[in-house]
Design a protein around this ligand. Structure first.
Ligand SMILES: Cc1cc2nc3c(=O)[nH]c(=O)nc-3n(C[C@H](O)[C@H](O)[C@H](O)COP(=O)(O)O)c2cc1C
Length: 388
């Protein structure tokens, strides 16, 4: 067993173990990947204030997200095709999250279905919902989430169409993977992954196949999104979805204070400052840069969360100190899952927890709930002065 001390270690093993098509799917951003890159590099531009001789005993990372107790304010973000990164991936990740005491969010585009994840876990998880044209499908998706006892719905509003990711087109990304000489040759080198896949029946989009009408090729992400997703989405339509779901609601994919106010008016319980991990609008600001203006605009009226670019507990600490009440990891847990299944997701959470806890102490803070801008050194031009 290799010694894993950080998320980059998990990524190295992940790269070796998972077919190129799925590694590339996770490890890419749209078009030039500028936003994908800056999501991580912008965290490095914020510095921490080193404080000394302050009692750091009795530290706590326990907090709440949308009123639910969490061992640390770091959830697992919804990630499509997680069950292609490792056999039964969604169930494995959900189990790691529930044992750790953090939220797991199931993607609409998951391989394991809502019902399957509910049957194989013991705690409620959150359900991510894409906005599709088909009203019946949408109502049914919310009903299925309610029946499965999901404790929150998360509507993603930044993907009415797919931002182009060159590698997915070149690799012919699909679930299950299409068998071409090139993909077969690559998969044959991924023995551990292949044995897992042969041993499971979960290889299709579990929430879509058999549930959605009029989709000619549900194995292809690009075909399916272009046929089924609703480019006409507007805030009135989101209000209709709010009526379909009476539980806690999170709106994911907000990058602008104007949109944050709209989300507030819809009656959401939280918003996630997110650019989809740099996978949608290439050229958008990094999420961490966009956060302060949104916290200033709505932070006293609604919970503001953040994802996109988090690879360490230090990153989590910076987001929380800038006013986020919760954060999510996407790729960081996928690396762990692809590397070592459930144990790898647990390891990713442990790494981030330890980094958060220790760094908090070294900044002279003991309670994650009291973090604020006072522990940060933020460059004056960090949030920028933009002409709009
Ligand atoms: C491979 C992959 C698949 C994703 N699938 C979804 C999805 O199905 N639904 C969604 O709302 N977001 C999806 N996202 C975005 C994540 O929820 C999250 O916003 C993003 O991963 C955060 O950035 P990070 O990976 O740098 O942590 C996906 C991200 C990745 C990397």
């Amino acid at each position: 067993m290799p010694v894993i001390t950080n998320i980059a270690d998990l990524k190295q093993i992940y790269r070796r173990r998972v077919p190129k098509m799925f590694y590339d799917y996770a490890e890419s951003g749209s078009w030039t990947e500028q936003t994908f890159r800056e999501n991580t590099t912008d965290f490095d531009k914020i510095y921490l204030r080193q404080r000394v001789a302050i009692d750091m005993t009795g530290r706590s990372t326990a907090s709440q997200m949308i009123g639910q107790d969490v061992a640390m304010p770091v959830g697992l973000a919804p990630v499509g095709l997680t069950g292609m990164q490792h056999a039964d991936g969604e169930i494995k990740a959900a189990r790691a999250a529930e044992k750790f005491g953090v939220p797991f969010t199931l993607s609409t585009m998951s391989i394991c279905s809502i019902e399957d994840v509910a049957e194989n876990t013991t705690k409620p998880f959150w359900m991510q919902v894409y906005t599709l044209k088909d009203d019946e499908f949408m109502q049914r998706l919310f009903d299925r989430a309610r029946d499965a006892k999901c404790s929150a719905a998360m509507i993603t509003v930044d993907l009415q169409m797919l931002g182009q990711r060159h590698k997915d087109l070149k690799n012919g990304l699909s679930a299950p993977p299409k068998l071409t000489p090139k993909s077969v040759a690559n998969m044959m080198t991924k023995v551990h992954w292949g044995l897992g896949m042969l041993g499971t029946k979960r290889r299709f989009f579990g929430n879509i196949v058999g549930h959605a009408k009029g989709v000619t090729d549900p194995s292809s992400l690009s075909t399916w999104t272009s046929e089924a997703f609703d480019q006409a989405l507007d805030w009135d339509r989101i209000r209709q979805f709010r009526k379909m779901w009476d539980g806690p609601l999170i709106i994911k994919g907000i990058m602008d204070p104007v949109d944050a106010r709209e989300a507030l008016n819809v009656g959401a319980d939280a918003i996630i400052v997110s650019n989809h991990g740099g996978r949608q609008l290439d050229g958008a600001l990094s999420a961490i840069r966009a956060l302060p203006a949104i916290v200033d605009a709505v932070g006293d009226k609604i919970e503001v969360h953040l994802d996109s670019g988090i690879r360490s507990g230090q990153d989590v600490l910076k987001a929380l100190s800038l006013g986020a009440k919760g954060t999510y990891i996407g790729r960081a847990f996928v690396y762990g899952l692809g590397a070592m299944g459930e144990a790898g997701v647990t390891r990713a959470l442990e790494v981030i927890h330890k980094e958060l806890d220790s760094t908090m102490g070294l900044c002279g803070r003991r309670d994650v709930k009291t973090l604020d801008r006072d522990i940060l050194l933020v460059p004056e031009d960090f949030t920028g002065r933009w002409t709009v």
